[in-house]
Design a protein around this ligand. Sequence first.
Ligand SMILES: [Zn+2]
Length: 335
Amino acid sequence: MKLREIDLPSRVVVRPGIVSELDEYVGDLGFRNPIYIVDAFTKEHFLPEGADFFSVPEATTQYAEAAASAVDGHDVVVGLGGGKNIDVAKYVGWKRNIPVISVPTLPSHDGIASPMISLSDSGKPYSQYFRPPHFVLIDPDILVNAPDEFVRAGFGDVIGKYTSVYDWWLGHIDTGEYFGDYSAALARMTFRHVVRFRKAIARKTYEGINVLMEALVTNGIVMGIQHSSRPASGSEHLISHALDYLRGRKGMHGVQVGVGTIVAAYFQGRDWERVRKYLEDVGAPVTAEELGVPEDRMVKAVAIARTLRNRYTILHRLKVDEEIAKNALKATEVI
Ligand SMILES: [Zn+2]
């Protein structure tokens, strides 16, 4: 058997109020000189007073490079905020070889504890394996107050595991690539779990948000086990990447993934109506219009999705083109 290594965060802490004592807690972890990656909102609301920081408007490699250049004697980088801040923090950690602390203030994506760095350049996806953040600090008091759209996005990112795991299995059947049963089972479980708790998630109760956060963190761990985003990212993610690419910048990742999951499930010959119902139950978008995407762009996105990345999915098996894409989008009433 091949020697395998599994990358995991060394500690995941869930503690109400932890963000208000962040500087102290980071000090307790043994760090003396942190630099925080923030955006305008998290800088104003959550940044510890007097802390060194770098504010990023967008998760592009250009800003990530600038953030890495701002490191000057800092012994840890703290990604404080949503997906982009955490991704940029991981990039900084990789580039400057310092530990990373992930402090999500939004339950909107599964990059929180994942080993992947996801950035973009003019909407073109850039994804690279790094390693998971050393520490993940979760403050339920902040997360339950996240705006609804970010909660829906997090739910959509987890719903995507319905089709991503299946695409992985197709890759195994059709191309002989390795399929890890254990990580596939974990990813599938997160899907079932958020579905069961979807009403609590939509109401943003502590229980609901905890389940959603556990699902998001678990998918990061799945990627660490697999040393790849393969279990967590299939055709539904390719469709979301294609929407970003055609627009020239990143949209709301998880809600695009949610709509992508409806289409991907349809192509896979599976229960796409159930997927749509789950998304509707939390108030997430289920049509191109609700995403704010014109119909022709939606068709184009589904048609070009398989060209964006060398990763086998149902879109490759069916050789989806514009005509096939349009028929599927009409059949699922996405357009
Ligand atoms: Zn995702």
